[in-house]
Design a protein around this ligand. Structure first.
Ligand code: SAM
Length: 229
């Protein structure tokens, strides 16, 4: 389970009421049973349950992270669609998700949404036994987020036009990749132009038009499939 760094003290983990409930009632662990504690920053421990706390037994070495750091810039889809994007992409190994407001974005998220997305990311990271909880950035305008940086492979997914398929372009030597996917109404021409000027390469994800919530999941799947052994 995910434990905040402040809960670790001198070999002990003080458990919150929710964590006690989860371990005792949901996972049905008893005192003396063991579980894995992760701090969301890449460290895991084997821990043993006691009454309202747990004892840290030993640090664990795990390798569940992708060999590349992938940042997804996702134009916020309508409704609660972004919840699913955060959940699936965390499962698939994303390092950072940047929700962006594009010219055709229909949603202006409330501040509570960010908290909710971060909670979903933490839960999904735990479920997928990841070492890191991905960073979910605050929403910003797409045009201010596309800044030039020659050191990173950067792609913008465009549903129309004759662009090379993303699967042919992933360069395995790169350690950082940024991929942008658009909203229901697609990117505007101006947004594509700005992104290209900042060094983004327009790419296709195939011949079918994917929903705004499906496209980031497909992009991440393609990248992880090509860089993971
Ligand atoms: N009506 C929009 C259009 O014609 O561009 C469709 C937008 S699509 C629902 C939402 C976003 O998903 C697009 O802006 C693009 O980033 C991505 N996308 C969907 N299908 C894609 C494909 N086949 N290739 C590349 N990107 C795609």
């Amino acid at each position: 389970i995910a434990i905040a760094p402040s809960q670790f003290q001198q070999g002990q983990i003080s458990l919150t009421k929710e964590q006690q409930h989860y371990l005792g009632r949901v996972l049905r662990l008893r005192e003396g049973d063991r579980f894995i504690a992760m701090d969301g920053r890449g460290k895991w421990w084997l821990a043993q349950l006691a009454a309202e706390q747990a004892e840290v037994l030993e640090p664990l070495a795990v390798a569940t992270e992708l060999p590349v750091s992938i940042t997804l810039m996702v134009a916020l889809p309508k409704g609660n669609g972004f919840d699913e994007v955060v959940r699936c992409c965390t499962e698939l190994g994303v390092a950072c998700i940047a929700p962006v407001l594009s010219d055709r974005t229909l949603l202006n998220p409330s501040p509570q949404k960010l908290e909710r997305w971060r909670r979903i990311a933490a839960e999904a990271a735990e479920q997928s036994e990841r070492s890191f909880v991905p960073t979910i950035l605050e929403p910003v305008a797409f045009n201010s987020a596309v800044t030039a940086d020659a050191t990173t492979q950067r792609y913008i997914c465009e549903a129309r036009g004759e662009y090379p398929h993303l699967k042919h372009l992933i360069n395995s030597v790169s350690t950082e990749i940024i991929v942008a996917t658009g909203p229901e109404g697609g990117w505007t021409e101006k947004e594509i132009e700005n992104a290209i000027a900042a060094g983004f390469q327009p790419v296709s994800l195939g011949r079918r038009i994917l929903r705004a919530v499906t496209a980031p999941v497909v992009a991440l799947t393609l990248i992880s499939a090509s860089c993971e052994v």
